[in-house]
Design a protein around this ligand. Structure first.
Ligand code: PLP
Length: 412
């Protein structure tokens, strides 16, 4: 199956990888929390790792494993873990791999909640440096003897900065650092995380992967490229596993088992069904986003359009190398004299809503909402202006989306 195309592999993945009974094409959803064994010795073997089976559904179950198999196959990785939300995946990976006294390099262009989590890490004695990752030299200069990992987003939310992901991947490899890439904006169909030498691909399943605004979820996928024997924080107990599984074992044991932010089986089912149409939805929303960005870029009431597909975008040439399409997110600054709230209130098709990666086109004034709490100084460092509006382009017919923007801009 591996040589087949992206969608062919995805729509047959549940059936072929997980082999549900009775010819079912979907893994059945099982909500059993507990798993019974006829003989107590078997239960002991499960606990002690001699038998590969489920003990308690906070750590694993058939429905969850089925989705994890599909995600691992999608990224061509060695394994995947799923979590209740994208934030649960991100925070669990960081808290289980890092410890007091370690240093972490974080992109200064990050989703607001990940950025805010940096304070929590600092409270636990983890030294965090925020870096302009569009400058590879700045990343290199930030590396210290106790640096353990570098974390960034493939296309940053909401200003759409794109770092040279391959050059940073090479840097991480040279220094033995875990390279964590949040690819929420560019799932596997758009971007080959292994080509950029990512160690862990992580982020939200709530967005493009599930795709319909009806379920929360997150994942950590190990690409198999990182040599975990170079990582000093692996607990001795987990080293009985194959070396390529050391990282995921630690995240699973310390994270899912001890911290407990697991996905529910019903959510896993909804996500796996949504995922089957990932490429179709992405092709549509990215094509529309490109056309909308081009239209807005030429409009006299729009000051700036932030979209990596535009030749004027500062990292357009890097984005062109990295991504199959330029994503479904674009942000704009209207001309100072145009009231951004009035414009948004005139939009009829576009929903005023927080979220992205939906089938519907969504808009949000970011400085007043998601990035409000961080304050003006931090927003300025991230390139977020007071009137910036972020749009997540949906799969509606392109002409209808552009017509809606056109009529709203006419009225303000
Ligand atoms: N990472 C990025 C880039 C995001 O945009 C988001 C949410 O918008 C998240 C992570 C968090 O995902 P979730 O809402 O599933 O917790």
């Amino acid at each position: 199956m591996q040589s087949k195309g992206f969608t062919t592999r995805l729509v047959h993945a549940d059936r072929t990888l997980n082999q549900p009974q009775d010819g079912a094409v979907h893994q059945p959803t099982s909500n059993s929390v507990l798993f019974e064994y006829q003989r107590v010795e078997e239960l002991v073997d499960v606990f002690q790792g001699r038998k590969n089976a489920h003990a308690y559904s906070r750590q694993s179950s058939g429905s969850i494993n089925a989705l994890q198999n599909m995600l691992a196959q999608m990224e061509e990785g060695v394994g995947a873990l799923t979590f209740a939300t994208g934030m649960a995946a991100i925070t669990t990976a960081m808290l289980t791999l890092l410890k007091h006294g370690d240093h972490l390099i974080l992109s200064q262009f990050l989703f607001g909640n990940t950025n805010s989590f940096a304070n929590t890490l600092e409270g636990f004695g983890i030294d965090v440096t925020l870096v302009d990752v569009t400058d590879v030299t700045a990343v290199k200069e930030a590396i210290k003897p106790n640096t353990r990992a570098v974390y960034l987003e493939t296309i940053a939310n909401p200003v759409t900065q794109v770092a040279d992901l391959q050059a940073i991947g090479q840097l991480c490899e040279e220094h033995g650092l875990v390279y964590m890439l949040d690819n929420t904006m560019t799932p596997a169909f758009l971007f080959d995380a292994k080509k950029a030498r990512a160690s862990l691909v992580l982020g939200s399943l709530t967005k493009y992967i599930a795709g319909h605004g009806h379920v929360l979820g997150g994942a950590v996928i190990d690409t198999g490229l990182y040599d975990w024997t170079r990582f000093p924080n692996i607990n001795e107990d987990y080293k009985s596993q194959p070396e390529e599984m050391w990282g995921l074992t630690q995240i699973k044991k310390k994270g899912l088992r001890d911290m407990g932010g697991c996905l529910t089986p019903d959510s896993a089912h909804l996500i796996s069904v949504g995922m089957e149409t990932l490429a179709l939805r992405m092709e549509k929303c990215c094509t529309s986003a490109m056309k909308l960005a081009t239209y807005l870029d030429q409009h006299d009431k729009v000051e700036t359009v932030y979209y990596p597909g535009l030749p004027s975008h500062p990292q357009h040439f890097i984005a062109r190398e990295l991504f199959k399409y330029y994503g479904g997110i674009l942000s704009i600054d209207l001309k100072p004299e145009v009231d951004c709230f009035a414009f948004m209130n005139e939009l009829q098709l576009v929903l005023n809503a927080t979220h992205l990666g939906d089938t519907r086109t969504l808009g949000i004034p970011v400085a007043h909402t998601i990035y409000y709490e961080m304050g003006a100084e931090q927003r300025a460092k991230m390139g977020i202006s007071d009137n910036m509006i972020r749009f997540s382009v949906g799969i509606e017919d392109t002409d209808d989306i552009i017509a809606d923007f056109d009529q709203a801009l006419d009225k303000v």
